[in-house]
Write a protein that binds this ligand. Structure first.
Ligand SMILES: Cc1cc2nc3c(=O)[nH]c(=O)nc-3n(C[C@H](O)[C@H](O)[C@H](O)COP(=O)(O)OP(=O)(O)OC[C@H]3O[C@@H](n4cnc5c(N)ncnc54)[C@H](O)[C@@H]3O)c2cc1C
Length: 411
């Protein structure tokens, strides 16, 4: 582990490039998304910007270098996410589908599978999307629970050279693709005769076999295309299974480490923006008093506590995502702390910053409510803190030989 708290010249350049792209494209996109009421129309607004991001090489930056991409380390990922998520976290979540859906491909795919499934995301043009089809409408936290628990409901049944997949999936971005015929790649977590397994369906297998039941109308992250769908008789070649049959539980958990850790930096982006609004307000508004409200100690204290928490979560996010991407054994534990602590701190900090502004903050045309709505998503997405993420920490703490100092490197 190298500890450095200074951005390298390349990281500075990445920050400025990402900031410029965000200012030029994501800020106006977010304004358009805010005005559109229909969830599908709203999500489709992102497509032209998506194509620009792909052409500019940002999607390749999400694919690790050993698999043909230009992916850097965890700190680089955090810099990009923070700069973009300040304006449009929904856009980042939409673009970052391959981060989750392709993780099990890298981990367990054959060289031929890796080449085939990663290819659309290396092309450098168009708007390729990937979905990690894990969540189900009737609940997912207990997907690995043995009978009598219901567990996972989506099934894949062997039929000669094919798997025939049936079931309902929900929440994952781009389950239906841009046009209802599916994403370029869908990694399906499903039940096969020998346990939970992962099967990759490509667009040619999905087209005509997806029934969209609903596009969710989210409170925040409103540009995300999250839907509830039914997969009907999706026929996928037997050779599209990742790893061994029954390996799906561990592959699924592993797929969500990077995205889980990244939630902390999404929370930082929302807090950073909310702090900026509340801080300016405190510096300039007197609210009928004799001095700007920052002169009142109670107001300054809220700002002080908020700023400290933002800095702490940012550092934790950098450390966690760096460890996950470098495949450091500390990665999973740090990712869990980043996910849980980062997301819950985001909600707490923005709620308290609303008290600095007062009642005006509750007007949805004043920018704070939008950041709070985004932040409220973070404890429940990418594996809810209560149902999944704290359970994973509980399992870790119960592992024989667990050393509480290992994650920090201080053992
Ligand atoms: C914008 C967005 C993007 C998303 N992207 C994806 C994606 O790419 N792929 C994907 O598959 N999903 C995605 N999701 C869904 C997300 O990952 C959810 O966290 C996941 O579906 C699990 O939900 P849950 O934990 O609430 O599970 P549920 O099973 O619905 O559980 C509900 C609640 O019940 C309680 N509970 C249930 N079981 C237990 C237990 N054993 N112990 C303690 N408490 C329990 C908990 O309070 C839990 O929160 C996304 C969601 C959003 C909003």
């Amino acid at each position: 582990m190298t500890v450095s708290f200074h951005l390298s010249p390349e990281q500075e350049q990445l920050k400025l490039g990402a900031r410029q792209f965000a200012g030029e494209h994501l800020r106006p996109l977010a304004a358009e998304v805010r005005k559109e009421h229909d969830p599908l129309s709203r999500a489709l607004l992102a497509r032209p910007v998506f194509e620009k991001a792909v052409a500019a090489g940002f999607l390749k930056g999400l694919i690790p270098a050993p698999f043909g991409g230009a992916g850097g380390g965890g700190v680089e990922a955090c810099i990009l996410i923070e700069e973009w998520a300040c304006y449009s976290p929904d856009f980042v979540i939409s673009l970052a589908g391959p981060l989750i859906a392709l993780a099990p491909v890298y981990e367990a795919g054959t060289p031929e599978q890796i080449q085939r499934f990663v290819a659309p995301f290396l092309a450098g043009h168009g708007a390729p999307v990937a979905a990690m089809a894990f969540s189900e409408p009737e609940g997912t936290a207990n997907f690995a629970a043995p009978p009598p628990a219901e567990g996972l409901r989506t099934t894949a049944v062997p039929d000669g050279d094919w798997w025939v997949v049936n079931g309902r999936k929900a929440w994952a971005s781009h389950l239906a693709g841009w046009d209802g015929n599916g994403p370029d790649v869908m990694t399906i977590v499903c039940r096969t005769p020998d346990g939970v397994s992962l099967i990759v369906a490509e667009r040619e297998h999905l087209a005509g076999h997806i029934e969209v039941e609903e596009h969710y109308d989210l409170a925040g992250l409103r540009g995300c295309l999250t839907s509830r769908i039914r997969l009907r008789d999706v026929r996928v070649p037997r050779s599209n299974m990742l790893g061994a049959e029954g390996q799906g539980v561990q592959l699924t958990y592993n797929a969500f480490w990077a995205s889980g850790a990244s939630i902390a930096i999404f929370a930082v982006a929302a807090m950073r923006q909310a702090f900026d609004v509340a801080y300016r307000y405190a510096l300039t508004e007197k609210r009928g008093g004799a001095v700007p409200i920052i002169e009142h100690q109670s107001v300054a204290d809220v700002l002080a506590d908020a700023k400290g928490r933002i800095e702490a979560v940012r550092l934790l996010a950098w450390r966690a995502l760096d460890a996950v991407i470098a495949q450091d054994p500390a990665g999973p534990e740090l990712a869990l702390h980043a996910k849980i602590f980062g997301s819950e701190t985001g909600v707490e900090v923005i709620s308290r910053l609303m008290n600095v502004v007062g009642v005006k903050a509750y007007d949805s045309n004043f920018p704070l409510m939008a950041y709070l709505s985004e932040a409220l998503a973070y404890p429940v997405i990418e594996g809810s803190n209560t149902g999944i993420r704290r359970r994973q920490l509980q399992d870790l703490f119960r592992t024989p030989g667990y050393n509480p100092l290992s994650a920090s490197g201080m053992a």
